[in-house]
Design a protein around this ligand. Structure first.
Ligand code: ADP
Length: 222
């Protein structure tokens, strides 16, 4: 099954993708993580991407399209995956369709009010080693990553100023492309304003109610 996580920055796409991946043994593909890895590797492409990401604006389509196509060609994602972060604008949607980048079975549209999104920005921590996401507002007191023991890092774009730009870019560039997936009958909207466990349960309940082909069978595989 091929899932696409959709929603505003800080909506919980990565968190729910990781939970679903663990329960149903699917690989995750995060465009943001691919970009951050290319920055860490010190590559030329990473240097270009960093300038855009630190401002909270989109990295050029040609660059992200090349990276995602390479990732989607790898063996481990041929049977299914949970994708987060591509396509994210009308020109990326055009590439997605024209170049047959991949097919998608289900689009999970996470709906969270702006005030809640903003309240999550200052608390987000990301494990420097495995990418595990934690938010201090969950009050679990993790001093280190509970998954691998790694140190917490704070993403350079996780501050309120940059967040406002990221949210505006989302409204203007990303949200309009949801109509394409809606017209294909693939979108399931999920309320994601509570803690991760609750949002995850909401998502699984939407899956159970859905008539999207293959989804009920997928749930039985756990
Ligand atoms: P979030 O969804 O919380 O903003 P991501 O990790 O998905 O976090 O993205 C962080 C940044 O990476 C974005 O602000 C943007 O600069 C860049 N980025 C991620 N995905 C894309 C994409 N598909 N196209 C262009 N830029 C992207």
């Amino acid at each position: 099954m091929k899932f696409l996580m959709f929603g505003a920055p800080m909506a919980g796409k990565g968190t729910l993708a990781n939970m679903l991946a663990e329960d149903y043994h699917l690989p995750t593909i995060s465009m943001g993580d691919i970009l951050r890895e290319s920055i860490e590797s010190g590559s030329e492409e990473g240097k270009i991407a960093k300038g855009y990401m630190d401002k909270g604006v989109m990295v050029p389509t040609a660059l992200v399209a090349k990276m995602i196509k390479n990732r989607l060609a790898m063996d481990d994602v041929q049977e299914g995956f949970i994708l987060d972060g591509f396509p994210r604008s009308p020109d990326q949607l055009k590439v997605f369709i024209d170049d047959h980048v991949t097919d998608i079975d289900v689009v999970v549209n996470l709906e969270v009010p702006y005030e809640v999104l903003l309240s999550r920005v200052v608390g987000r921590r990301t494990c420097k080693d495995c990418g595990y996401i934690y938010n201090t507002s969950w009050n679990m007191g993790y001093k280190k990553c509970p998954k691998c023991g790694g140190e917490w890092g704070i993403r350079s774009d996780d501050n309120e100023e940059t967040y406002k730009t990221r949210y505006e870019v989302y409204l203007k560039e990303t949200l309009p492309i949801l109509d394409y997936f809606k017209s294909q009958g693939k979108v399931l909207s999920v309320t994601g304003d509570k803690d991760p466990r609750q949002s995850y349960e909401n998502m699984i309940n939407e899956f159970k109610k859905s008539e999207i082909p293959g989804l009920k069978r997928f749930l039985e595989q756990r």
